[in-house]
Structure formats: C-alpha cells, structure tokens
Design a protein around this ligand. Sequence first.
Ligand SMILES: [Zn+2]
Length: 1029
Amino acid sequence: MGTPPLASGVCAGGGSVGWIWMNSCTLGSPVLPISFLFWLFLVTPGAWAAGYETCPTVKPGMLNVHLLPHTHDDVGWLKTVDQYYYGILNDIQHASVQYILDSVISSLLEDPTRRFIYVEMAFFSRWWKEQTNATKDTVRELVRQGRLEFVNGGWVMNDEAATHYGAIVDQMTLGLRFLQDTFGDNGRPRVAWHIDPFGHSREQASLFAQMGFDGFFLGRIDYQDKVVRQKKRKMEEVWRASASLKPPAADLFTGVLPNNYNPPKDLCWDVLCADKPMVEDPKSPEFNAVTLVNYFLKLAFSQQQYYRTNHTVMTMGSDFQYENANMWFKNMDKLIRLVNEQQQANGSRVHVLYSTPTCYLWELNKANLTWSVKEDDFFPYADGPHMFWTGYFSSRPALKRYERLSYNFLQVCNQLEAQAGLAANLGPYGTGDSAPLNEAMAVLQHHDAVTGTARQNVADDYARQLAAGWGPCEVLVSNALSQLSYYKQNFSFCRELNISICPVSQESEHFQITIYNPLGRKVKHMVRLPVGEGIFFVKDPDGKAVPNNVVMLPSSSGKEDQWELLFSASVPALGFSIYTVDKVSVQNNLQAISRKHRSHARSRVLTIENEYIRATFDSSTGLLMKIENMEQKLSLPVSQGFFWYNASTGDKKSPQASGAYIFRPSRLKPLPVSRWAKIHLVKTDLVQEVYQNFSAWCSQVIRLYPGQRHLELEWTVGPIPVEEYWGKEVISRFDTPMKTNGEFYTDSNGREILKRRRDHRPTWKLSQTEPVAGNYYPVSTRIYITDGHMQLTVVTDRSQGGSSLKDGSLELMFLLEFLKACTRFLNASSSLFPGRSSQVHRRLMVDDERGVAEPLMESEAGSTVRGRHLVLLSSVSDAAARHRLLAEEVVLAPQVVLAQAGSSLYYSWAAPRMQVRDGELDRKAEPRTQFSGLRRELPPQVHLLTLARWGPKTMLLRLEHQFAVTEDSGRNLSSPVTLNLQNLFQTFTITHLQETTLAANQPLSTASRLKWLTNTGEDLAGILPVTGS
Ligand SMILES: [Zn+2]
C-alpha cells in the first residue's frame, strides 16, 4: 500500500459526459488496507505511435495496395457459437473457426511477410485454451512481430443499433482484457473494425475513441451516401462522435472500406469461393496470370480515385474464410510477386503488400492531410432503394428484453461481488460466479444476436447462454445478500415475475422480499407481486406497517382470477431493503372495487391522476385523449393506439420482402388494430389503472402510481394471427397536435441524443424511396418530439425501432412476425454455399434474403410479448432531467428477491464488519434489514456505470456524467460535478487509484492516440477538465 491519493474527483458534464473508473480491491475480514486503481476514460492524443513499428515498408511515390487478409467469424448466426467453432452442421453453412485459426497460424509461419488480422475474442480465447505451450509461444512471437494482429478485440463485433452502451463497454472490456492478459501491449488493438454491422451509431465511435483506438473501419453504409462520398473523396473522415466531449476526446478517424469487407470480384481464393487461382505457366491452357494482374492493376487505380492518399486497401477474406489459408496465401504470394517484380520492371507504379488495417491507418496518418469532419451517424442503412435495414431494430422483442434484463442483473451481480468480497463466490448457497453471465452478455452483443437476425435455434441458444449465466449469479447474489445482511434466507428469484408468476408469493402465507438497488441514489420502487386472494400485512425494514393494496387483474376468459399485491418500497443507494409480508385473511373485497370502477367508466370521459400527472380517456372509444403535467401546467391532447403495417412480400417496384433485417411495409398507412378499446378502470390508494383491450392479441394497461412523474403504458401483444401472406408489423403510435417541423429525437445506444429529420440526411441530399422504413431509427432507450415549449418523451424497456412519420406523431415498433407459410423456408443444405462467391453470401437466403433463412417467429414463449413505455410530458427545460433519471431507473431497476419466511442468522468467516468510524470496526454487527453500500448518495449527474471486482485486491469503477452539455437548463444538471471518493464506499476502503482508458486495458497516463488534422481547426484543443478534491 502506498500513500493513497484517497480523494479523487471527476469533473465531467459541462463539458459533458465523463466516466471515471477505478480499480479497487475487495474486503477481507477485518478490513485490510486495499489498493485501488482508478480509471478515467478520457484519452490524451499524442503523436506517439507505438504499435506501428512492425508495419511493412511501403513505396512512396507509388500506389500502395494494402492486402488485408481477414476472416469474419460471426459469434452465432445460422449456426450456434459452438457449432461455428467446432465446425458442426457444415451442411447448413461450411464454417469451422478452430480450423481457420490452425490453418492461418501455419500459413503465417511459412513466410514472414504474410499477415493476418483476427477480431472475435469469443472464438480466439477458446482456441487459445486448447493450444500447447509451444504453439502459444509461437503465436506470441507472431503477435510481437505484427504478423498476427488483433483488431477491434472485443469479445464479439457488436451490433450498434440494438445495443446499450453499458453492454458495449462490458463486452469490449472482456475481449480487450483477454488480449492484455495474454499478449500484453503487443496484443492491444489500435484499430476498431466493424465491417458487418448494419449501420453505425455515433456513440459507438465515441466509445471507441475513449477506449484509445486510433481509427475505425466500416463495411456497410447507405448506398446513396457511399456514391456521394466516393465522388467527394470523403470515404475517410474524422468522426466527431460526441456533442459533449471536447474535441478531440471523442474524435475517431473513420474509413469506409471499398467493397464492404469482401475481396474484389474474381479475386476470392478461398475454399468457399469459385474464383480461378493464379496460373503462371504460359503453356497451361488455364494460364491467366497476365489477365489477373492487369485486372488487379486496373482495379487498384479505379479504387484509388475515391480515396485521398496513394494508399488503398483490399479486404482479402470474408465470412468464415481461411479454413484452408494456404489457398489464399499461395495466390496472394503470386500476385504480390508478379505485380511488384514483373510489373514494376515494366514501369508499373503499383506496389502491393501484405498489410493490416493498423498499418494502412498509419500510412494515412503519416500523409498529414487535413480531413473533413462528420458529426451525424450512419443510420438507417440501405443497400438499395427498397432495402432499408430497419427491421432488425425491432426483431425478436422478447430476446431484446431478455438481453436488457440480463444487463441489469449482471450489474447487480458485479456490484454485490465487489461489495461482499470473496464470500460472494463461496458461501452458504454454493459457488457463485459472475463470469458466465458476463460472457453470455458479451455474446449477446454480437450483430446477429441482440439484433434478432439469427436463426431460431441460434436465438434459442443465445437465450440458453443467458439463462445459464443467471444461475451462478443468483448463487453469488444470495451469498452476498447473506453476507451483507447476516440473514440466511430461502431465496427465490422468480424469473417469471414479469408475467405474474412467482410460486413463493402466490403460495406462501409469510414471505420476505429483499430489494436491491443498483443505482447510486435511493429509489422508491412499487413492488408488484402475484398473490392468492387475501388481505396482507406488509412491514418495512424497521418493522413498521406499509400501506398495501391487492388488485385483481382483469380475468381473461376461462382463467382463474389473478391478484397482485402492491406496496411502495424505499431502497437506499447501492444497497437493499428487506420487507416482510404476512397474509392475514383469505377474504377480499376487491370485487366491489372492480365493480365500482366499471360503473365509473360509463361517464363520457374518465381520468386517472396523481399529484403530477392527469391522463384523460374518451370512454366511448376507450383511448387516451389527453395528458396533463399539472406541476408545470402543461396540457397536450394525445391519442395513442396500436396499428400494424402489412409486411411486404415484394412488389412490382422490387422483390424485396420485409424480414428480420429489412422493414418494408406494403402500404404506407398502417391499419388500426382496433379503433376502440374495451376498458376497465382500477383505482386504489396505490395505483390507478385503465385496462384497454384492443383485440384478442393486443391489450394495454395505462397506469399511474403516487409520486410518479410519468405515465406507464404496459402493452401485451401476441400471438399475432397472420392471414395467409400477411405479415404484421405492429406499432404503438402517439398522435398529438404538436408542431414538430418534421423533427424528432432518438438516443444513440442509450447515451447521447441525435436529432432526426423526416426524409432528410444531414450529409447528403436524400432521395427517399421508402417513406416509412427509410425514416425509422434505432431507439435504445428513448425517443421524443418537441415543439420548443414542451416535450413528449417515451422511454422504452428494450431496443426498438421508432419514427415520427408526421408532425406531432411518434411511433415505436415492437413485433415482426410472419406466417410460416408466407416466407419461403429454404432448406439451406443444398445450394447455399458451395460454389458461391462470397460477395453474394447474405443475399442467397430467405425471408428478406439477408441471410437468416427462415421466417421470423419468436419461439412459443416469445409469441406473446409484454413491455412498458414510460411517457413523460414536460417543459423542454425540465425534460432532460426527467428522462435521464427515468431511463437510468429503467436500465438499472431494483432486483427483487423473494424468500419464504424462516430466515436464520448467518455469519460467515469472511463476513465484513462495517467500519463505524474510520479504522474502527463494528464487531457486534446486528442482522440488517437495510443496507447502503455508499456513505453518501451520488449527485443526480453521476451514473455509476460499473462497480466490479477486477482482481483479488482491485476493483473496476466507472462513473459517468450522464447529462449532455447544455441539455439541462432547469436544474443546471449539465454542469461539471466534482465527486469525493474518499470513504465513499461502505464495505471497502480505497487506498490507491489508477485511471485507465474506457475499456480498462491501458493506464491513462501511458495512453496516447494518433493526431489528425481536421478542417475545423480544433484538433489541439485540450481534453475535458478533471478536478480532484
Ligand atoms: Zn457478421
């Protein structure tokens, strides 16, 4: 332990968003001095260029063609992760990652000039574990020499539309940590490489910049955008990826690759391709070397005209290629020799070389040009006039929710592991472990996982991986809660609470509820539990009675009455409260309440309201007609209902059908599910609800709790009946008279907000060919419209697609489902892969012919989907304060754990004794019914993004300023904030802090990035101010 710089502070915001982070250590018993690392994500740019020394030499004055040998290995798509790794079910898709890596390594060893890049650590780490020490040494040497280079280096190549930034950071951290631990700095990627994701978010670029990447290469951008960029030679630019971080903190040099990520036509030398190998023998009837070389030279020059330097790249590889790496390398060896020796002797000015994206980037940097700046994003992505990849924003809504819920639980698991010490891993409930859920969540970020674009059996396997990860985390959480409370309870996690199933609460007369709050501030949480009919007595952590209600859910025909117990719980920051419930009577009088309110519904309008919000319904249609914010005296007519687009199966204009990737409605106007809803009103002291039944497959509850500033809309959709050839894509739409000038706003991965304008792209003149699908954008957590005075915001509980297709209107899509008969289910075994050239890979398959090869049907359990939209009406000045804090509470909601009564006291050998005063231990700790891991709440600006154990005595802490610059004028929440970390945490003491880059693979003090000159002249501006206290 050294002299601890105990207090550190972070100042973010104002400037914007800033995250801190730290590594710390865990507790022993008694508290031992603990060393901490402390990580801050801002990166200082610099001219230092470590990592580039191993790059090949180029020929100045010539056109240098960098061949980039690579393979693109999806972490699940048509096959599961394991099937891809081992090469199982090659009749579905020929793909075997283990052999790819074997083959590449031996080919690299044959010639020191050969190079290869690898991307996905989910596969590489698995392969690595199987290698002998000798092979490992060989591979380390290849890495050291730059012949095998890692790019991106995340666990997966994550999607950018349906992902939350917290999960992106986690998955990158997992992959980059593996590389750092295995190869040290030699293995640290300098370049981010997202060649396949279907559109690119600005937040992703910002995160990469903050992780210390020097550059970013993309494969897919809109086809119109690409033409304009080629013409203007703007295929490479500096992406200014944050409106809040001061340049160049979130600046990232970004290049669009010439041919997505595929090799040039006729130059695919893989077993999966049918192109001709180079034949050099002039006597052979197959002699083609001269033709191919001439073709290559022409290609190089035609490609170069779209780029600004005398360097250009060719991506030599594609999906799951290089299983026989020799084929590729042997032909490229010949090409390089013929072009460089023979052609240069003939006066050619082309030099071709084995290279990597990093070495190409290094040449661009050395060119010392001034680059233009991009500030918007690359959504939506279209690869043709009727081919907007906006369907996957909403595909598989059940999986998307499960992923978000798992993010929430993983943070709870990580936090409790950090707070409870080693006893969380080994305790009265067995062996607890956060790693399996961490890995499963990383896999889910893959661009065919959370996107919903994988096949059904693969989607099932993703869900299986998540479920398998939850188990060891549940053990960990149980151990940790016992450790921190000194109670051993008979815990039950009730994973089906969202559909009102929980045997403990439904069958027990007495039970306990432990509610854990992963936020840095206390929360009030309305607990809702399915119970049997009866009257209940609820006690808070101090044993005081808590008001509660039992409400009857409207019974669907043939089902038994369902009852739910409601009470409001208060839970401290980063801690828990234990409530107890006793059933005191089996009688209930709620039938009367229900009847009373049914009669209420007969008046012309009906309202629900609390102290802040009033929602008015037209009782003749049953629809919402007005929302009022009474605190701010705002009133807005809002009509909300459900509609559906008829999914196109192709038409005269284009055979393009709607599917897992592509959204394409056959008509512009959606049809209403119903023009009216049968309604049912419930009003008790603790809740006011309007139940709306639109159809047999579509219903909603609009709800208000006391003290809430938002209106909650809980929708249930499915199973959707689909007439023959009529796929339905269902939306919830809010219509208001607001004048919004064609503008609306969506979040970028849950973090910063981007303005959208209908039928418009900020950087080129759009020719709009799909007025609905072409205006859809990803909504990770929120979408809003504003008239400059007030703002209507909808916060979602999962990623969805959303838009505003007319002024004052806002819509969110949640379900794509197709009749089995309507999509042509190809048996992929026959003609899919053999003999095809890689360029058409994804087009050969079914439904929308973007590859998934089967209609999009969620599994049986997923055919009915339930979720929540939280609606805020507020003044513009107050809106950010409301939606930031609300979205934070949705993403990191309290974890509710039940237990049948009968807990016993529990003291483990490792039980931490809280420090009552500095250095003095509370050795007579009483069992606790309430606990906070923080000694002081965090201010509203500061979001605790990560608290996780990093090593035996270190922890990783990420704190971020969650408000964008100038976003909040009302309470000044955009201004910088200073935080004192000294004695902040209850169960451990920080003795040492070290700041790192965002993915924690580099100390900030040694981090530097390449500098790029931009045409805005702000390149040398300082970084965000960071203050200590
Ligand atoms: Zn892919």
